[in-house]
Design a protein around this ligand. Structure first.
Ligand SMILES: [Fe+2]
Length: 493
């Protein structure tokens, strides 16, 4: 079954994506009946698709300073024989609760200070808004935010169960990134967090450190480690191979921490693109969390999201990623509520790191459209894969991701799917095929916002062709968010 159930011709008039940033106050729970689903859901898509992102970008008429400050809302879409069950809930962080009660901005955040001047901001960290990514691991559903600890939710009701500290092993000031990765062969979950160096010499010279975490399939934190880096920098994601964690340390750093620590400016205004600091790639062993190799990059760039990575067997590590030339992407993300221009889209690249010789080779997937949110068949995380999927910018006048693309990593061939005028998307999750399926590449599931109706749809694509094989119409819009997840479990009560 490959019929494209939804093909809207693109007109010269582009419908704005901006409604996709509207707040969704309502917390809903309903079922979309099978009769209302367009096309046909593949049997393999029978679990739960999660999506997380800011549910609101303002409070009491006051806009937050940055898209990253929106309060985290989790959306869950469970595929069952009785229909598709949708529910959504805000994560009950202290920020969400305090600002809901007050109906105004109360907390200092990534992109804005709290009202009340220096007294209300000095020495305070940005508030955790649990809005960036999610993981279901060890039987626990966690909403992630890279500056603090995760928040645990009930996967069926999405009720907030509390901040999760792995039995006390994550301290109050420990960061836990939004981009941990699970090795599918072992079930071990690796994650990291950035912080200033606490070593006497490191602290004096402004060095940074990256904490490392190894978490058992049972969900217990087995081991912590750390290594020092040249400076404290924004590090959003990493690449995982069978034996290594790989960190690209881009020079996004503070010029001076003093104005931020003194409460004069928010964190977002304290960090800047500083290519003079240089860029390094740290290859760290998963076995003992020791640094195996450090590469120096000649021309610094920004690597935000990584796709799959693996050890090629010739001493080289292959890493696929999205690349930006500088940190101007942050300007676009900061002003995203009012932007009518192009949304940030990265270039898709392959890096080959030679562990023996120390060379770095880089090549670009030149046929790929600018895009973001690279994904792959996660059954093969740490092993060679031949395909990458991403949200992309289809039309020259696109203001947000209006397509999906499939990049053949061997030939460089690209297949893209235009969602049609007024339809916008973000990350798509891969769902493996069932044994015996004709389609052995599987499916993609994504959320699509339709500006015509100001409603969202859950769309299932054939991963081989990107044709839309099923469209599940929701009764609400799902505000644009950041990341998604998929579990084979259909979490319904
Ligand atoms: Fe991310």
């Amino acid at each position: 079954m490959t019929a494209d159930v939804r093909a809207i011709p693109r007109s010269s008039e582009t419908l704005s994506h901006q409604g996709g940033f509207d707040t969704l106050e309502d917390e809903l729970h309903y079922t979309v009946a099978p009769a209302d689903i367009k096309g046909s859901l593949p049997a393999a898509v029978s679990g739960t698709f999660f999506r997380i992102g800011p549910g609101r970008n303002k409070i009491g008429g006051q806009e937050f300073g940055h898209w990253f400050d929106g309060d985290g809302m989790l959306h869950a879409v469970s595929f069952t024989d009785q229909g598709v069950v949708y529910r959504n809930r805000y994560v009950r962080t202290p920020k969400y609760l305090a600002e809901t009660r007050a109906n105004r901005i109360v907390k200092r955040s990534f992109g804005h200070n709290a009202p009340g001047g220096i007294r209300k901001n000095i020495g305070r960290l940005p508030a955790n808004c649990a809005n960036t990514n999610l993981v279901y691991h060890g039987g626990k559903l966690l909403a992630l935010w890279e500056g603090g600890r995760p928040w645990r939710l009930d996967p069926v009701t999405l009720e907030t169960l509390g901040e999760h500290d792995y039995d006390g092993q994550l301290g109050r000031f420990n960061a836990f990134s939004a981009h941990g990765k699970v090795n599918p062969r072992t079930g071990v979950y690796y994650n990291f967090g950035i912080r200033p160096s606490f070593s006497p010499r490191g602290a004096l010279t402004g060095k940074g450190a990256i904490d490392l975490y190894r978490i058992a399939p049972s969900g217990h934190l087995l081991e912590k480690g750390a290594f020092e880096v040249d400076f404290l920098s924004f590090c959003h994601d990493f690449a995982l191979t069978e034996h290594y964690m790989i960190f690209f340390q881009s020079p996004i750093a503070m010029t001076s921490p003093v104005p931020w620590l003194a409460g004069l400016i928010p964190f977002d205004r304290a960090i800047a693109w500083r290519p003079e600091l240089g860029m390094k790639i740290y290859v760290v062993r998963t076995l003992d969390f020791q640094v195996e190799k450090v590469f120096t990059v000649d021309e610094p760039f920004v690597a935000i999201h990584f796709s799959n990575a693996w050890e090629a067997g010739d001493g080289k590590i292959h890493v696929d990623l999205t690349r930006y030339e500088d940190f101007s992407v942050n300007e676009q993300l900061r002003h995203v509520l009012h932007s009518t221009g192009e949304t940030a889209a990265g270039r898709f690249m392959r890096y080959r790191l030679d562990l023996r010789g120390g060379q770095i080779e880089a090549s670009e997937y030149r046929n790929a459209l600018g895009g973001e949110f690279p994904q792959w068949d996660q059954r093969y995380t740490t092993q060679p894969t031949s395909v990458m999927y991403a949200a992309c910018m289809m039309s020259p006048d696109a203001t947000f991701f209006d397509g999906v693309e499939r990049i053949d990593l061997h030939s460089g061939q690209v297949i893209s799917h235009d969602l049609g005028a007024g339809r916008y998307t973000s990350e798509a999750m891969h769902v493996p095929p069932e044994e015996g399926d004709d389609n052995q590449e599987g499916w993609l599931v994504s959320m699509v916002y339709d500006a015509h109706t100001h409603l969202s749809e859950v769309v299932v694509f054939d991963a081989r062709t990107l044709e839309e094989v099923a469209v599940v119409p929701l009764k609400n819009h799902v505000p644009f968010g950041f990341h998604c997840g998929y579990t084979p479990e259909p979490f319904v009560s």
